[in-house]
Design a protein around this ligand. Structure first.
Ligand code: AMP
Length: 322
């Protein structure tokens, strides 16, 4: 079966400190969280690079390619180069909604030039996960038959690569960012006003022609995540406001955004349905998966998640509306 869901993003070592725990150089990265979540729903391929410190033979820590293989994630597009694996380090404040990035060390990502194989080029669902916008563009330029191109980014890239980022935003169908990033991107405090400024940035008012002249969907989609408070989905004049799943024990919010995006894109790829109703459903599924992710440290909870657990939580969540 040809994998139709392709994701580029970081495969990283993360050092995380929360008020409830601390881990050093554990496997993380936007593409890791994304693919672990998306592969629950649909076969996923990852494009990334790691250093020669990845999967060290004597390491006792969880790292390396085994996790991906166990989840049947296609890592033929993950290259190993001489140098250091991307390393991110972050510390969460007591409210767990805010965090400080202590380190972003690009390592081998700094000089990475992704080259897609034929099967990857033909992917229909593409997610440009959080990584340098220049790399996101390089992947975008090689894609030939996209049905839906999603994008995630973060404050680091809005600050350091805004021009490139706006170039990517022009060419995508779905943007997933958090509230602080939406405010930072538009200089607008109110999220409805911010959304009104972001949507026209996408598709350059529909006049942009992608390389390969691939289909450009009208009606770009925007999702603004609000951490524990849920999210807002926008398309044209439609707005959907989804509360977060109430949790007592949030252990580590790292990867909440990526696992949300992974489950959402995986569900959309599986159902192959981009109607407004199905987009809302995909947001619900994404939100349930992200809620499991934040209840464990690092990627732990994503590695043993399944449809049964997700559906049970979905039923509990839906009860509050009946
Ligand atoms: P999230 O909590 O959803 O924002 O995702 C956190 C993940 O993103 C961590 O596993 C990091 O390794 C990764 N990450 C952090 N900063 C960056 C960055 N500037 N570019 C790409 N990935 C990043």
């Amino acid at each position: 079966m040809i994998n139709q869901l392709l994701c580029i993003g970081s495969v990283a070592f993360d050092s995380i400190e929360t008020p409830f725990g601390k881990v050093n150089k554990t496997l993380g990265g936007s593409a890791t969280y994304f693919s672990l979540a998306s592969s629950i729903f649909y076969p996923t391929s990852v494009i990334a690079v790691v250093g020669d410190d990845f999967n060290p033979p004597s390491a006792s820590r969880r790292s390396g390619f085994d996790v991906f293989k166990k989840h049947k994630i296609d890592i033929s597009g993950v290259k190993k180069h001489k140098g250091k694996t991307f390393h991110w380090s972050g510390k969460y404040h007591f409210d767990m909604n805010t965090r400080d990035t202590l380190k972003t060390e690009l390592g081998v990502f700094a000089n990475f030039k992704p080259k897609l194989n034929e099967s990857h080029k033909n992917a229909k669902f593409i997610f440009l996960g959080n990584i340098q916008p220049k790399l996101q563009l390089e992947v975008l330029n090689q894609i030939t038959k996209p049905k839906l191109i999603g994008l995630d980014t973060m404050n680091f890239w809005i600050e350091t690569a805004r021009k490139d980022l706006l170039e990517v935003i022009k060419q995508i169908d779905l943007l997933i960012i958090n509230d602080a990033e939406a405010r930072q991107l538009t200089n607008e405090h109110n999220l409805l006003k911010s959304a009104k400024k972001i949507l026209p940035l996408m598709h350059n008012n529909y006049t942009f022609v992608r390389p390969h002249k691939s289909v450009i969907r009208k009606n770009p989609i925007l999702i603004i995540k609000q951490g524990e408070h849920g999210l807002m989905l926008f398309q044209g004049k439609n707005i959907f406001n989804l509360p977060g799943f109430p949790l007592e024990d949030v252990v580590d919010p790292t990867g909440a955004g990526d696992s949300f995006a992974g489950a959402l894109m995986g569900y959309l790829a599986k159902t192959n349905d981009l109607s407004w109703e199905n987009l809302k459903k995909a947001c619900l599924i994404g939100s349930m998966v992200a809620s499991f992710n934040v209840e464990g440290m690092g990627i732990k909870n994503l590695t043993n998640l399944n449809h049964k657990k997700i559906n049970n939580r979905l039923q509990i969540f839906k009860k509050q509306f009946s």
